[in-house]
Design a protein around this ligand. Structure first.
Ligand code: NGO
Length: 492
């Protein structure tokens, strides 16, 4: 299988027997555009350590013998699509936008032997199989989320996760920044949120938080990889860290104790106090100013302390606050209990709950769905009974479970055009290190990424698991931990 790319491209026409070999002298020639040149530099930086080649990036040299990155006005490719042509003489990647070239570069990386991801010099040879790939995504939202509240993960870990996600053409990273156990982003007008609310985590460790500069650094790192950060401030529940930081946010005026357990549903902001809405306006305002992406995630899940009417009114107000700061709101499926505005996104997660009402309410308000069914996409679920890490409230999720479902027929009444995309959440109640995170995400994250990117016609477990197996040498070269599922024919 020469073209073992994940997610599967829309079309691959192999030129059997033809290969292009990277050499000492290979250059990367880009269109005369600073953005395209940056993509060329990204490619060169990815390939230089293992190959040991110079791979000069130029916008002037001959394309003969080179890898060339060019722009085209072919509207059929859309914003993220690309064409990759490999002959024995040269490699030509074309797209309408630098973003499409960046996605194409990920395919190109995967056509090289996995050892190319190593940070140390490797022997090669570095052959790329010949042929033509024409590709573009099925859905515009191909997300992953990371819970940095239950256990805190610093900037370096988040960057590592972003790099691994980019390889699978993920374009949204949703950061779950606040929860009962911790508040992880500094808010200048409410400094105790992180001073007090960021100082612990599940199990009682020291926690941590991002300064606004560090948050901006993450946003910039993601943006350079054509990935949008969607920050989540989870309200009105999951707010013990805020309630512990400021007594005035509590209905009884008394600060809560920090929480280091794993329970849910016990906390709520005080929906009757005006200060609650001043608080939200300032928090969401600061976050909106730091976030170039169009969405703020407002959580809204698992609220047990409010009546449905109180909850509905509260969320309706918070959606308006988000919009007053120029952003659109996304929230967990429970937010369909509020009056939503068109453009709001509903994130479906709890497969045990009757979906009919959620679907009809979302559709009535013109909201689209991001699909994160707990029993398919939750990367924190155990693979099987023996998995040391993770939870199991949604069942065990083996690789095939994560792969074998169809976004446009998951929910009755929600077809292709109602689906914004898919997202694989990673909650971290039981995950303490980057190795833990990677072990739960790989190989299931690439399965969800493929559902988001690849056309339905390519869906096939038998070929998927073979393509997936060939990613393992790449993960090993990247020192990326992964689960060796018995369902996948790993190469060694
Ligand atoms: C639920 C809950 C989270 C948990 C997660 C664990 C949602 C949307 N709310 O998903 O707080 O961490 O399950 O799997």
């Amino acid at each position: 299988m020469a073209h073992a790319i994940v997610p599967a491209p829309a079309s691959v026409r192999p030129a059997d027997g033809t290969t292009f070999a990277l050499r000492e002298t290979t250059a990367i020639v880009t269109a005369d555009s600073p953005e395209v040149r940056r993509v060329g530099e990204y490619l060169a930086a990815a390939l230089r350590p293992a190959t040991g080649y110079g791979l000069p990036v130029t916008d002037a040299g001959p394309t003969q013998g080179a890898i060339s990155l060019q722009l085209t006005d072919d509207a059929a490719l859309g914003d993220e699509g690309y064409t990759l042509r490999v002959t024995s003489d040269d490699v030509t990647l074309t797209a309408r936008r630098a973003k499409g070239l960046f996605r194409g570069v990920q395919s190109l990386r995967q056509l090289l032997p996995g050892a190319v991801e190593s940070t140390e010099h490797q022997p090669g040879p570095w052959r790329i199989p010949g042929g033509t790939i024409t590709d573009q995504p099925r859905f515009g939202w191909r997300g992953a989320s990371l819970d940095v509240a239950r256990h805190f993960f610093g900037v370096a870990d988040v960057k590592r996760y972003i790099d691994a996600l980019a390889l699978y053409k993920i374009n949204v990273l949703h950061l779950h920044l606040t929860d009962d156990q911790g508040w992880r982003v500094a808010i200048r007008s409410w400094p105790e949120l992180t001073n007090r609310g960021g100082a612990s985590q599940v199990g009682g460790g020291k926690g941590g938080y991002y300064t606004q500069e560090q948050y901006a650094e993450i946003v910039g790192y993601a943006r350079d990889r054509y990935m949008t950060i969607v920050p989540e401030i989870d309200v009105p529940g999951h707010t013990n860290a805020a309630l512990a930081s400021y007594p005035e946010l509590n209905c009884d005026g008394k600060a809560r104790e920090p929480y280091t357990g794993m329970g849910v549903g016990f906390s709520s902001l005080c929906v009757d106090k005006p200060i609650t809405y001043e608080f939200l306006d300032q928090v969401l305002g600061e976050l909106a100013a730091l976030t170039p992406g169009p969405y703020l995630h407002i959580g809204g899940d698992e609220v047990e302390k409010l009546t449905p009417a109180q909850y509905g009114e509260f969320v309706t107000r918070v959606v308006k606050i988000v919009e007053s700061h120029g952003k659109r709101a996304i929230g967990w499926q429970e937010i369909t209990g509020a009056t939503l505005t068109p453009g709001t996104v509903v994130q479906y997660w709890q497969h045990q709950h009757a979906a009919a009402e959620i679907v009809s309410r979302a559709k009535k308000s013109g909201a689209k769905f991001v699909l994160s069914p707990g029993n398919k996409t939750y990367l924190d679920m155990k693979y099987d009974a023996l998995t040391r890490l993770g939870l199991d409230w949604a069942g065990h999720i083996e690789v095939r479970d994560a792969y074998d479902w169809e976004p446009a027929s998951l929910l009755d009444g929600v077809g292709e055009s109602d689906v914004a995309g898919v997202e694989a959440p990673l909650w971290t109640e039981t995950l303490e290190s980057f190795d833990d995170v990677a072990f739960m995400a790989f190989p299931r994250l690439p399965a969800v990424a493929e559902l988001g990117w690849s056309p339905r016609a390519t869906h096939d477990w038998v070929t998927f698991r073979r393509r997936l197996a060939l990613q393992a040498p790449r993960w090993e070269a990247m020192s990326l931990n992964y689960y060796r599922s018995p369902q996948v024919p790993w190469p060694n």
